[in-house]
Design a binder for this molecule. Structure first.
Ligand SMILES: *[C@@H]1O[C@H](CO)[C@@H](O)[C@H](O)[C@H]1NC(C)=O
Ligand SMILES: *[C@@H]1O[C@H](CO)[C@@H](O)[C@H](O)[C@H]1NC(C)=O
Ligand SMILES: *[C@@H]1O[C@H](CO)[C@@H](O)[C@H](O)[C@H]1NC(C)=O
Ligand SMILES: *[C@@H]1O[C@H](CO)[C@@H](O)[C@H](O)[C@H]1NC(C)=O
Ligand SMILES: *[C@@H]1O[C@H](CO)[C@@H](O)[C@H](O)[C@H]1NC(C)=O
Ligand SMILES: *[C@@H]1O[C@H](CO)[C@@H](O)[C@H](O)[C@H]1NC(C)=O
Length: 701
């Protein structure tokens, strides 16, 4: 009977509320373009609440305004707020959920038809990335003659929703004192899906026949399972009434968040998961990885073995490890290594007879000890052989032991550079010769064919040119060889041109010498004994300057035989600002790709601008444009070049700069066949230098 009345009442209310359309204000929050991760130095905590990206505190720290958290430090601990004043309880990346504290709605009567106080609660997440999670929340009403209403609108704006629940109890004793809300003093109902605006309110037209034993009713939208009903929630009045007890920082509401529009998950080993009818997405670390998929490098390998060791109970179910085996962690997974004498995926004993087991283990452990010793001894020479130590020796190349290099570099205490190939450390040999030791750090860089590597080192050892950094020797005992180079004292051309508060004066002649020297080195590489090499990473940062600013081209550690580079599978690790667009299009790196990069170097020499300068401008693009429009790049030349040589020569110098600019533009041609060869570049630069020095005009003809 009771329920039938309730149902009829709700239906009536439904009609009442729907006919005059509810007008709810909508404020659309414009979503700015997504940015690529947080800026460095963003705080990760507010008080004791973890704030992971896409959320963030302060400018440039959150993915967009909608994920901005304001942290109020006047509380202890500090409190985090989001959107229109919701206090954040916690954020869960893995599920895309966030808990906020919400208020409660109440209505109190001081006679059956006089409302003494009333409060409703509105949640408006319109235009934001948040929705009220239907799976994780439920709507609750508490009271003895209560009609609690839940009205809402869904995201697509075409649905209005009315729900609610009714509780009755003829007297307090009649209410069921149980944790389950079944309509006797307490009622609960599910929340519909996809709501972004919800109001918890009351039917104020009704009278309250229970006012003299349960004067107040309370309603809230809260996390499922959070609320446990109790009889004493019904009978309070004034300050003891239930809604006052709950207060404003108690009731948790679960919000569901996601990203709109197409965006990428920044971390490697992560995937996009489409949600909300595929219109929104979230990121998830791949299996075997955990962390924050929204930032670069956020998903990190899970060390399953460590977890198994720390808590076999919990993780044993998840990660199976048969008895008699050892766990070995791998990137994204783990491996099961059977102990000695066991085989198969379940690591069963080879000899099942227990009789044999005792002597067998004895023998086995003895053997193991011996094998380990032998293994260690062989490991070093093993790498040595694998890396072609014999070939190297036959070439009379200096070979260093691992220990020697450690001494030379004083335990790698002075890093002087970092390249695509690894890190570079300064060292001093026994003969007091200063050297640079290049140590590969990235395992992924390990060439797939060791034979290739030996070949490369051999080639590098054979190429010898005054303008190439000389390879002195190598160490082949480590898995990836370490290379020892001559030490070049004056830093890189990049540093000389672009760094330092007072830039070093560089007259045109010095710049031409640097250009000629480095061009010669590249021309030499390109024509080396019929086996042409490409450099692969020509840039001012890789042109080192020795005594008297003699240029020495370095980092040809990534150089290859052109025949190898022509295959698309060679991945150039070069600087994007210098890379030949033809290579990007075709995946084929040729000598003319080095010529392109050298064109950029020439432009840096005459403009003293970096390859990317100002507000992300591209030097080659801007210079070529300037030449097309004005016939030359005079607007962009480095002023110092002219003044440092005295004004008397400047008209002629400007002409010389024009010529260098034109040569650079030819190096940058889109059609690689129209680009000059490095040998031709050398030739032209030498002629230019000659003309710049003589009194004649720099112009040809
Ligand atoms: C932080 O909280 C205090 C106390 O409620 C309030 O007075 C202050 O305005 C808040 N500060 C900000 C920045 O919201
Ligand atoms: C009931 O509450 C209302 C509003 O607070 C007040 O105006 C009225 O006088 C109260 N009636 C009684 C009987 O206390
Ligand atoms: C409450 O509900 C749960 C699950 O529906 C049930 O197992 C439990 O027995 C109920 N408790 C009472 C007191 O009815
Ligand atoms: C509540 O008021 C009704 C009349 O409105 C009366 O019959 C009932 O006894 C009262 N109950 C209590 C507990 O005062
Ligand atoms: C409700 O009961 C559950 C289980 O007993 C408990 O974990 C939870 O904290 C309780 N909720 C509140 C608000 O007391
Ligand atoms: C994880 O990402 C790294 C870097 O992109 C990749 O090399 C590796 O293969 C990935 N692991 C798996 C299991 O996909």
């Amino acid at each position: 009977m009771k329920y039938q009345i309730a149902k009829a009442l709700l239906q009536l209310l439904w009609l009442l509320l729907l006919s005059p359309r509810l007008v709810l204000s909508r404020v659309l929050v414009q979503e700015p373009m997504p940015v690529a991760g947080p800026r460095p130095g963003c705080p990760s905590m507010c008080g004791d609440i973890n704030i992971p990206y896409p959320f963030g505190i302060g400018d440039g720290c959150s993915k967009n305004k909608g994920f901005a958290i304001s942290c109020n430090n006047s509380y202890n601990p500090a409190r985090a707020f989001i959107g229109r004043g919701f206090e954040v309880k916690d954020i869960t990346l893995a599920t895309g959920e966030m808990r906020v504290f919400t208020g409660v709605a109440h209505i109190c009567y001081n006679s059956s038809n006089t409302i003494s106080s009333i409060d409703s609660w509105k949640y408006d997440f319109t235009g934001s990335s948040f929705l009220i999670s239907s799976a994780r929340n439920e709507f609750t009403g508490v009271g003895c003659n209560t009609v609690a209403l839940l009205t809402g609108e869904d995201m697509e704006d075409d649905g209005r929703y009315l729900s609610g629940c009714i509780t009755t109890c003829a007297s307090l004793g009649d209410a069921a004192d149980d944790v389950n809300c079944t309509g006797n003093g307490c009622c609960q109902t599910a929340t519909p899906e996809g709501l972004d605006t919800v109001t918890v309110g009351w039917n104020t037209l009704a009278t309250n026949t229970a006012w003299n034993y349960s004067s107040c009713s309370t309603a809230f939208l809260a996390e499922k399972g959070w609320y446990n009903f109790s009889l004493n929630h019904l009978d309070g009045t004034g300050e003891t009434s239930f809604h006052k007890q709950l207060g404003i920082r108690t009731v948790p509401l679960v919000l569901d968040w996601a990203m709109k529009k197409d965006g990428a998950c920044l971390s490697a080993n992560s995937t996009r998961v489409h949600v909300r009818n595929g219109l929104w997405y979230r990121c998830k670390c791949s299996d075997g990885y955990a962390g924050n998929p929204y930032v670069v490098g956020g998903c990190e390998n899970i060390d399953e073995c460590k977890l198994l060791k720390s808590d076999p109970e919990t993780y044993g179910k998840q990660y199976h490890l048969p008895s008699g085996s050892k766990c070995v962690d791998t990137d994204g997974s783990y491996e099961v290594k059977c102990n000695f004498g066991r085989i198969g995926s379940e690591c069963r004993l080879v000899f099942s007879a227990t009789v044999a087991a005792v002597p067998a283990t004895l023998v086995a452990s003895l053997l193991l000890v011996l094998l380990r010793k032998e293994h260690k001894r062989r490991m070093r020479s093993g790498f040595f052989d694998k890396n072609g130590g014999q070939i190297m020796k036959s070439m009379n190349m200096n070979t260093f032991t691992e220990l020697e290099l450690e001494n030379i570099t004083n335990h790698y205490d002075t890093p002087i550079g970092k390249g695509a190939f690894g890190k570079v450390y300064r060292g001093t040999t026994h003969e007091n010769l200063r050297v640079a030791v290049k140590r590969s750090i990235v395992e992924g860089m390990k060439p797939s064919h060791d034979h290739d590597l030996v070949n490369e080192i051999a080639i590098q050892f054979q190429v010898s040119h005054a303008n190439l950094v000389r390879l002195i020797g190598c160490c082949l005992e480590t898995d990836v060889p370490m290379l020892v180079f001559e030490y070049v004292s004056n830093g890189s051309l990049y540093n000389v041109l672009h760094c330092g508060s007072t830039p070093r004066a560089l007259p045109l002649s010095a710049r031409l010498d640097i250009a000629i020297g480095s061009a010669k080195a590249l021309a030499y590489m390109h024509s080396h004994g019929g086996r042409s090499l490409v450099h692969g990473d020509v840039k001012t940062g890789n042109i080192l300057l020795g005594d008297n600013l003699t240029p020495k081209v370095s980092d040809f550690g990534s150089s290859k035989l052109e025949s190898i580079a022509r295959h698309a599978n060679w991945c150039v690790m070069g600087d994007m600002s210098y890379i030949d667009p033809v290579y990007i299009k075709t995946g084929r790196f040729t000598q003319k790709s080095d010529v392109y990069s050298f064109g950029v170097v020439l432009l840096e020499l005459i403009t003293r601008k970096t390859a990317r300068y100002g507000n992300n401008n591209s030097l080659p693009v801007d210079f070529v444009k300037s030449c097309k429009e004005d016939g030359n790049g005079r607007m962009m030349y480095d002023r110092d070049i002219i003044s440092s040589d005295g004004d008397a020569h400047s008209p002629r110098y400007v002409e010389c700069l024009d010529q260098i600019g034109m040569l650079a533009v030819r190096c940058l041609r889109e059609d690689k066949d129209e680009r000059p060869s490095m040998a031709e570049v050398v030739e032209e630069l030498i002629q230019l230098k000659f003309r710049a020095r003589s009194a004649t005009s720099c112009k040809t003809n």
